[in-house]
Write a protein that binds this ligand. Structure first.
Ligand code: AMP
Length: 325
């Protein structure tokens, strides 16, 4: 067991009030890990006050339950803040986290800039939810895992690992997922909520398949403009999901979706297999994991520069490696 895990538990025991935070534009892992950890702590330490405080939410994950009412500043003042699934401070959704007495970071992203009095970071984990499951496993004599907590945690593990497909999935991932299933997760309901799509979304995906382009060396990409979002009645969240339309094109080891934000900036969702792309994302105001990153560009010129850099990266990769598909 990692010493950081024990340090996290000791800190939790030392506080009566705990507030959990996640990154903005939350995904399944951000929502699942915070809700799962909150439920784990509530069931295990009923005498403590445990809150979730976030400034934005995800429609897609609304089936896991709603958000909590904002708390007054006084509650933050004596609280332990725990930030899950968030690599850097500037990505924390609720900026009032600074009011907490102390802050802990629990995360599986490549650490770019650390924060908090205590960090438990395991970048080889497939999700932060996997870390929460491991936390329960390590201290199961002292903790209580409810069916609700198992469902939140399982949801984050499924979504962040691409349904247990990505390379950071390990035997340990599967053993922990098995433990959660044994706690009563209703797979039918979780998968139906996660993967059923609206009719309009299928139409949009057909459009994306038609519009996507590929560079000389195999970088697939698509641009989603504000006009396209309007035409297909898409939220930013629905529009950005199109990155997965390009995830299984042979020889295209790097792919990206460029989604125009309302303020004109362009959100980049960058994905890859075999090739490491996080340094490319970091060059364009982003970061993330070796094969799944986010970034932001502010003009078409910058977007094309990123595509060109991705193409060069892929060219070099293909020239120097074998066995890729
Ligand atoms: P996304 O395409 O937004 O789903 O991001 C893929 C992964 O990269 C997620 O784990 C995000 O948390 C992370 N990520 C996205 N944008 C950034 C960023 N600007 N800086 C650091 N990590 C990011």
């Amino acid at each position: 067991m990692k010493v950081e895990m024990k340090n996290v538990l000791d800190k939790i025991k030392a506080y009566n009030t705990i507030i959990l935070f996640r990154h903005f534009r939350p995904d399944g892992d951000a929502v699942g890990s915070t809700k799962g950890f909150a439920e784990l702590l509530r069931a295990s330490f009923p005498e403590k006050k445990v809150y979730l405080q976030n400034a934005d939410f995800s429609d897609y994950l609304a089936f896991l339950g709603g958000e909590e009412q904002p708390l007054p500043d006084e509650v933050y003042a004596g609280a332990l803040g725990i930030v899950l699934d968030t690599a850097t401070e500037d990505r924390i959704s609720n900026k009032r986290y600074t009011l907490c007495k102390e802050l802990i970071k629990i995360d599986h992203h490549i650490p770019v800039k650390q924060y908090g009095v205590l960090q438990w970071v395991e970048e080889e984990r497939s999700s932060t939810c996997e870390m929460v499951a491991a936390f329960y496993q390590a201290f199961k004599d002292e903790l209580v895992l409810t069916k609700e907590a198992a469902t939140y945690i399982y949801t984050g593990m499924v979504t962040d690992s691409g349904r247990f497909r990505f390379r950071d999935v390990s035997g340990e991932t599967m053993r922990l997922a098995g433990m959660l299933l044994d706690s009563g997760v209703d797979l039918d309901t979780v998968y139906a909520n996660l993967y059923m799509k609206e009719f309009d979304t299928f139409k949009f995906e057909a459009y994306v398949h038609k519009k996507m382009k590929i560079t000389k060396n195999g970088v697939a990409y698509v641009v989603v403009t504000k006009a396209m979002k309007k035409k297909f009645k898409l939220s930013n969240e629905q529009a950005s999901a199109c990155v997965s339309c390009m995830d299984s094109i042979k020889n295209s080891l790097v792919w990206a979706a460029f989604i125009q934000n309302d303020d004109g900036s362009i959100r980049v969702r960058l994905r890859s297999r075999f090739v490491t792309v996080n340094e490319l994302a970091e060059k364009y105001n982003g970061g993330g994991h070796a094969c799944a990153c986010g970034a932001t560009v502010y003009s078409k010129k910058q977007m094309h520069a990123l595509i060109q850099d991705a193409d060069t990266l892929l060219k070099n990769y293909k020239e120097n490696n074998t066995g890729w598909l």
